[in-house]
Design a protein around this ligand. Structure first.
Ligand SMILES: NC(=O)c1ccc[n+]([C@@H]2O[C@H](COP(=O)([O-])OP(=O)(O)OC[C@H]3O[C@@H](n4cnc5c(N)ncnc54)[C@H](OP(=O)(O)O)[C@@H]3O)[C@@H](O)[C@H]2O)c1
Length: 347
């Protein structure tokens, strides 16, 4: 059994923990907590063993949150770490904890791919480079937006290739996640230097892609407005939709009014953590105008990367073929079932 340690128990870490604990071939040795707060109680209630920084053992114990060991011990005890630290925290973890004992690790999309704070030399996107991750010690799982863009762009390149001259994406990002305590600011904010464009080009270098990112006062998913420019006349709307019909992790919806309705439907349907774990193409607003196709799709910010991390784990730790890994992922996350249900609900 592969021993996994999840270093971080925030929005991403807690979802990873509940998904991975459902896999009988993996032993989740535990999760890390750095703050002795209410989330610690939740983790213990879910039967997760807790590892904490050495200097905080007393603080946790005083609050009756009994840790099973230190973070250093967890890294020693596991075969692979999934680092789910808040943005940028993975770099120090790598230097301090993983590098000294050469412990393999998966990092999240808030970490750097280039420069002096770089944690790995590849970004994983299961649709594009699953196999390439299998012999790596460190890999970044692309962020939710980067994962979503890869999932849409790659089938288009495979389907229409040289006919496409350019991709432009307006990324409309949520301000905070539902579970975040931080206030949502009443403002539309822009990003002078969005990382998403370079991140996607890391695994699809041929994509002539330009990304603009805006943050809006919402907690309910992201919306991407992707415009695809063709050399001559663009393909029909039907042929664009057909390109995505059988894709893993893409639902084609026809009557959702907005991102909140999709999120609330996922909660109402009892999907784990209220996540759909996928992107949703909003078919009724897909437009073909002369040489341009416009595809608006929503991207489940918290759920999207959880099956992606799981697939990456299959590549790095179990060396499964992509076909086997997708089948396992589908069985654990019920992706086909969720896709079918959402498509029926919003048909
Ligand atoms: N939220 C999303 O929708 C989303 C989507 C895709 C990717 N990501 C990426 O996933 C990563 C985590 O995001 P998040 O939203 O889960 O953040 P988060 O909710 O702010 O959680 C971050 C966690 O980091 C823990 N932490 C503190 N110091 C740490 C350390 N040295 N090492 C490891 N963990 C530490 C905190 O633990 P305590 O609470 O115990 O202090 C906290 O639980 C980021 O790289 C982010 O960019 C996030």
């Amino acid at each position: 059994m592969t021993k996994v340690f999840i270093n971080g128990y925030g929005n991403i870490g807690r979802r990873l923990a509940s998904a991975i604990s459902g896999d009988k071939e993996i032993q989740l040795i535990g999760i890390a907590k750095y703050t002795a707060d209410e989330k610690t109680h939740e983790a213990l209630r879910n039967d997760f063993d807790i590892y904490v920084p050495k200097e905080k053992i007393k603080e946790f114990t005083d609050k009756r949150y009994k840790p099973i060991g230190t973070i250093e011990q967890a890294v020693e005890r596991c075969d692979i770490v999934i680092d789910a630290a808040k943005e940028g925290g993975g770099f120090l973890n790598k230097k301090k904890l993983y590098d000294p004992i050469n412990r393999p690790a998966i990092f999240q999309g808030g970490e750097r791919r280039h420069g002096k704070y770089s944690v790995a030399d590849m970004i994983h996107n299961s649709r594009v480079n699953y196999e390439k991750a299998s012999d790596r010690t460190y890999v970044i799982q692309g962020s939710c937006n980067v994962s979503g863009m890869g999932r849409i762009i790659q089938p288009l390149i495979e389907g229409f290739g040289d006919e496409i001259t350019r991709f432009d994406v307006a990324l409309i990002r949520r301000w905070a996640d539902l579970e975040d305590s931080k206030q949502v600011k009443d403002s539309i904010e822009w990003d002078a230097n969005p990382h998403h464009q370079d991140d996607v080009k890391d695994f699809i270098p041929t994509a002539n892609l330009y990304v603009d990112a805006y943050k809006v006062p919402s907690r309910m998913m992201h919306l991407h407005q992707m415009s695809i420019r063709f050399k001559t006349k663009a393909p029909s709307k039907d042929s664009i939709i057909e390109t995505f019909r059988k894709e893993f992790g893409i639902a084609i919806l026809n009557s959702a009014s907005g991102t909140a309705q999709v999120r609330k439907k996922a909660m109402e349907l009892g999907f784990s953590h209220g996540d759909t774990n996928m992107v949703h193409i909003h078919q009724e607003v897909v437009r073909v105008e002369q040489d341009v196709v416009k595809i608006p799709y929503s991207d489940d910010q918290t759920g999207m990367v959880i099956p992606e991390n799981y697939l990456l784990l299959q590549s790095m730790a179990h060396k499964l073929s992509k076909r086997e890994a997708l089948a396992k992922t589908d069985s654990l996350f019920q992706m086909q079932h969720k896709k079918k249900t959402l498509e029926e609900e919003f048909n």
